[in-house]
Design a protein. Structure first.
Length: 489
């Protein structure tokens, strides 16, 4: 059964380990995917931002070139009246192009030098000789004119297909300057005669392809992807190794815990055995209820009992016997007799108090009060005589026993902290001892109080008045046996 449980735990642990690795792998993949998606969006933003910056710089450079050409070339030469300025500019003729023609020709030159770049100047009011190519050619240019006519300070741009390729198209307004207003309003072929400074006379558009920028970005993302994939593999591998190591450590720890638990269980078993030994030893010294009180922390225990019956017994002739046999034999004999008496105390539910030399003391009615304590003590006294008779027959000995019994109130308890015993105090105890010491060998002497309780159940012989040391004259009785009609205890 334990092997089956162990195998089940191992299988569950292996399944959890695989699930963790799978979950971590999925999380890594999702993380890489999210990172790539964010980087893709970021790259698109960067591409558009870079294209916008490039187009703005181109437009600014072209406009600055036109302004410079108009102010530093055309105006001084036009004042001299010696140079022919015309839109019909031909490099082979001795002519100078007007600024608009210069800008158009500059755009053509740039487009020719860089086939991927397109520079155009168009307007809603082209001069007659530019009507074919000077107006808007597609939707972007028409939308650009409409938007920039209303918002001349803004920029108009977007990414779209241009000539079959993805491109970034940028347009900005070309406002009329003060130096050009008079020319535009007085020129005989001008399509508009009410120009003012700041009016949008045209749109400057710069179109640049996105293939190169996009390809570079994709190459960068590809390299980054492989880098992230490699890092992910390394991360997953490292995490797998870490989890594997943790599992190994967990197994080792679990094994140590099992070993430690087994050791603790063995220790607990030993402690329980030792505790049981201690309890048995304590119960051999004290009543069970008194032992429980001591174990619960009570240091001094004393209880008063209204009525108990005390028995004292002394072996007569034992002193003579001790001089005839060895100490070992003497101890063996005494142990056999008292062990028989101990069996009687258990049989009748009595409490052995102590032995002093060859004397034996027992009491009935405590620590748990009872109503038949006198009867139990009487039965034990008669049985003690029988046990001693068996002993004499077995060893051919001639020893006898003298027993004294008294009934009355007593105090019982435990005092002291070392070598403590459960003991009795009170006048009833002293009187019982006097019944034994003033008794007759082979007889059981009882007081009047005990006789009054037992006289209808047992046979007694009235001994009469005798003088008792410390008590004076007392009427005592000798317990002879049981009445036939008496109820057994």
């Amino acid at each position: 059964m334990r092997q089956l449980i162990s195998r089940s735990r191992a299988a569950i642990s292996q399944l959890i380990y695989k699930r963790i690795i799978l979950a971590v792998t999925i999380l890594f993949c999702v993380g890489v995917g999210v990172a790539m998606a964010n980087m893709s969006r970021l790259s698109s933003t960067l591409i558009e931002s870079q294209a916008l910056q490039n187009a703005t710089l181109y437009a600014q450079a072209i406009k600055e070139a036109r302004t410079l050409y108009s102010s530093d070339v055309v105006n001084p030469l036009n004042t001299a009246k010696t140079i022919n300025f015309t839109h019909d500019y031909k490099p082979i003729k001795v002519t100078v192009p007007v600024p608009a023609t210069f800008l158009v020709e500059l755009g053509k030159q740039i487009s020719q030098k860089n086939s991927e770049l397109s520079v155009r100047l168009y307007s809603n009011y082209p001069f007659p000789w530019r009507e074919k190519e000077g107006g808007a050619q597609d939707d972007f240019e028409r939308e650009a004119i409409k938007y920039l006519m209303q918002n001349p300070t803004q920029k108009f741009f977007r990414s779209e297909e241009f000539r079959g390729k993805p491109a970034f198209r940028y347009a900005e307004a070309d406002p009329l300057t003060a130096s050009c207003v008079n020319c535009h309003n007085t020129h005989p072929y001008s399509p508009k005669k009410d120009w003012k400074v700041g009016d949008v006379r045209g749109i400057l558009e710069i179109t640049q392809p996105l293939d190169t920028i996009t390809q570079k970005t994709r190459d960068g993302l590809k390299n980054l992807f492989f880098l992230l994939a490699g890092l992910s593999v390394l991360g997953i591998s490292g995490l797998s190794l870490a989890i594997s190591r943790l599992r190994q450590n967990a197994k080792q720890l679990e094994q140590r815990v099992r070993e430690r638990t087994a050791q603790l269980q063995e220790t607990n078993v030993e402690l329980i055995k030792e505790q049981e030994k201690c309890d048995r030893l304590l119960l051999n010294i004290l009543p069970e209820s008194i032992a429980a009180k001591l174990k619960n922390g009570q240091s001094s225990i004393a209880d008063g009992f209204a009525e108990v019956t005390i028995l004292f017994a002394d072996i007569v002739g034992f002193t003579v016997l001790s001089s005839q046999i060895s100490p070992e034999e003497l101890l063996e004999f005494l142990n056999e007799i008292f062990s028989a008496f101990d069996g009687l105390t258990e049989k009748y539910g009595l409490e052995k108090i102590k032995t002093i030399g060859d004397a034996y003391m027992v009491v009935g009615g405590l620590p748990n009060p009872s109503t038949n304590h006198a009867e139990s003590i009487a039965e034990m006294a008669l049985d003690m005589q029988e046990e001693l008779a068996k002993f004499n027959a077995k060893y051919h000995a001639g020893i006898n026993i003298r027993i004294g019994i008294n009934t009355g109130p007593a105090i019982a308890g435990v005092i002291g902290t070392k070598k403590f015993i459960y003991d009795l105090w009170g006048d009833a105890v002293n009187t019982a001892a006097r019944m034994e010491s003033h008794g007759v060998a082979g007889a059981i002497q009882v007081t009047q109080s005990t006789y009054d309780i037992l006289r209808n159940k047992y046979l007694f012989e009235d001994r009469g008045i005798i003088k008792i040391k410390g008590k004076g004259d007392m009427n005592t009785y000798l317990l002879k046996g049981r009445l036939v009609s008496a109820v057994a205890v």
